[in-house]
Design a protein around this ligand. Structure first.
Ligand code: FE2
Length: 288
């Protein structure tokens, strides 16, 4: 009788190996399709800023992106997001685009829940490529503004925070959109820090050619959506999201954070890459 290295018959070893493979595959598919896409993870991270006005030390910003909202399927996850945000007493909330997959009508039930979120200095949103491809920008903007959320398309707002000024600047989506950083940043004095909201993260390299960006917040990549466990490699990348895929980056005095986002595109599958609410705390470099 032919035996394997363990002394067991080779056919039995092969059978066991196949069973193990089938069980692992079933586990991966079950986790990726049913467990992980609905499991909210909360990332808490300090962003060390070289030139942060003292009034903004400790400022806490909530970042959510890429809802790609699917009513019914995503209702429970959205509720988890809303509840968690409600517990956090955030200073500012940024929503960096891709609210829909294809159907702009999903904005109605989505905004019905998002409009309940509050932050001490407001909630701000920008367009994602899916929003721009499928929706009417003027209508989208009106829907957000009617929900109490500032919608920035190549423009900015200036906020007074404990005696210091922060500019929140948002661009149009990049992928086939009309981003205009010069217009978005025009009129912000050089000593005022900028929080930039740009859907596609790789546009960071363009933004920092215009001026230092205290922090750019982006989504778009879904962190790869499916990653190889332990090494975190994402085999699937997306245009304008190939250089900066997930987490924090810095260049000179500028910083970038890319969230894994909330929803999914294509099959509703995530693996080793759960939906994310990112909570970023600004810290003065001198104090760290
Ligand atoms: Fe996107």
């Amino acid at each position: 009788m032919e035996t394997g290295g363990s002394g067991l018959p080779a056919a039995m070893n092969r059978r066991n190996a196949l069973r193990l493979l089938a069980a692992s595959t079933t586990g991966v598919v079950f986790d990726g399709a049913w467990i992980e896409p609905a499991r909210l993870s909360v990332t808490q991270q300090d962003v060390i800023c070289k030139r942060l006005p003292s009034g903004m030390e400790g400022l806490r910003i909530g970042l959510l992106a890429d809802f790609h909202f699917r009513p019914k399927e995503d209702d429970a996850l959205l509720e988890r997001v809303i509840q968690r945000v409600g517990q956090e007493n955030l200073d500012l909330i940024a929503l960096t685009g891709d609210f829909m997959n294809k159907d702009p009508e999903v904005l109605v039930p989505l905004l019905d829940r998002l409009k309940t979120m509050t932050a001490n200095h407001g909630v701000f949103a920008v367009m994602g490529n899916h929003d721009g491809w499928n929706g009417n920008p003027a209508k989208i903007r009106r829907q957000f503004e009617q929900s109490g959320i500032s919608f920035l398309i190549n423009e900015h707002s200036q906020l007074s925070i404990r005696g210091d000024t922060l500019a929140v600047a948002g661009t149009d989506f990049v992928w086939l959109g009309k981003p205009d950083p010069a217009r978005a940043l025009r009129g912000i004095s050089a000593d005022v820090p900028v929080l930039a909201l740009v859907h596609e993260p790789d546009y960071f390299d363009v933004m920092i050619r215009h001026r230092d960006i205290l922090l750019q917040l982006s989504g778009h990549t879904h962190g790869g959506q499916c990653r190889i466990p332990l090494i975190g490699y994402s085999p699937i990348t997306v245009k304008y999201g190939t250089k900066y895929i997930d987490g924090g980056f810095s260049h000179g005095d500028s910083n970038l954070f890319v969230t894994r986002g909330v929803g999914t595109t294509g099959p509703r599958v995530r693996f080793a890459c759960p939906p994310e609410l990112a909570i970023l705390t600004l810290r003065q470099a001198a104090l760290v």
